[in-house]
Structure formats: structure tokens, C-alpha cells
Design a protein around this ligand. Sequence first.
Ligand code: FES
Length: 187
Amino acid sequence: MSWQAVDRTRVPEEQLGPGLSEAVKEKIRAFFSRYPTKQAAVLPALHIAQDALGYVSLRAMKELAELLEIPPSKVMDVVTFYTHFWTHPKGRKTLLLCRSISCELLGAGKLKDAIRQRLGIGEHETTPDGEYSFMTEECLAACDHAPCLMVNEKMHKCVRPEDLERILADADNDRLDIPRSDLFDAP
Ligand code: FES
């Protein structure tokens, strides 16, 4: 396999995706005084942007770069380093499977196979109806209840492949009590 370079400086304007509202920019600016540099606020800024748009569009990256006074490439570096950030739209519900050791030892692999089979998508993909996206992340901090699967903000513990249908039907999956950006120590 060879690497393919993508020149994102030539993306047509209409393909840059949605931008940040003034309210979102203001929420980001409110973090600046808590950090030694504007650049240091990049993580809360990205969480705020993703909470607002559902993902971090190219236009949002450009606008964040202007706000933080750094090159757009630095924003993209951070976005593409963390699996949590999406560069394309997510489904309404995101299945987040733990891929760390306790969950792996207790059956996360079989659960992953069941999810892929049931939804017909791989990691960082979204079902055609826009309902579900799927991703894996490192430890979800509930290792004593492995394997763990989050659907949006709801944690499901000791999950077996046969639990999947019940979990997908759980009405609580839609609940979002605390957007990720609110977990930062806001001013
Ligand atoms: S290893 Fe899965 S929650 Fe910690």
C-alpha cells in the first residue's frame, strides 16, 4: 500500500462544510484567559466545535485556526490524532466500543464483529440512514465491567453480542446530559 497525499488547500468552497456560529466562537474565546496561549485551548475549542456541528468540518478547522492564531494544519494535526474527533458527519447515535486490554480479554472482539455485522459498517463509518456511527477508543474507565460499549453518553457494561439488539433499542441512548465541551473547567 502506498500513501496518498491529499491537497486540502484546493477543496472547493462549497465542500468545506458548515462553519462556526458567533455564539460558538464566543464560547471558545471564553476559554482563552485560562491558558498561557490561545493555541493551548485547542482541545476545548475542538470539543465545542464538534458538539455544535456533530463533526469538525474543514471550514470549522480554518475558523478555529484563525481564532487560535495558528496554521490550519496544526488544527488538523490535532483533529486527526484523536479518534474522538470526526472529519465527516456522524450518525445520530455513536457506538463507542472499548478496545483496551480488560475489554479485549473479555470479548470485545466478538462484540465488534457483532456490531459490524448488525450495522454493516466499519470503524468511523455511518449507516446509510444516518442513524448509527461506530468507533473504538481506549479504556472507557469501567474495566471491572468489561466489555464496555457506550451509545452516545450512555455506558453499557458487561455487554455480550446477544445484548446488542436490546442495547440498540434502549431509549436512553438518545440522552446527552453533558456535552463533552462542558466537561472542561469552563470559565
Ligand atoms: S479496558 Fe475497557 S473500560 Fe477499561
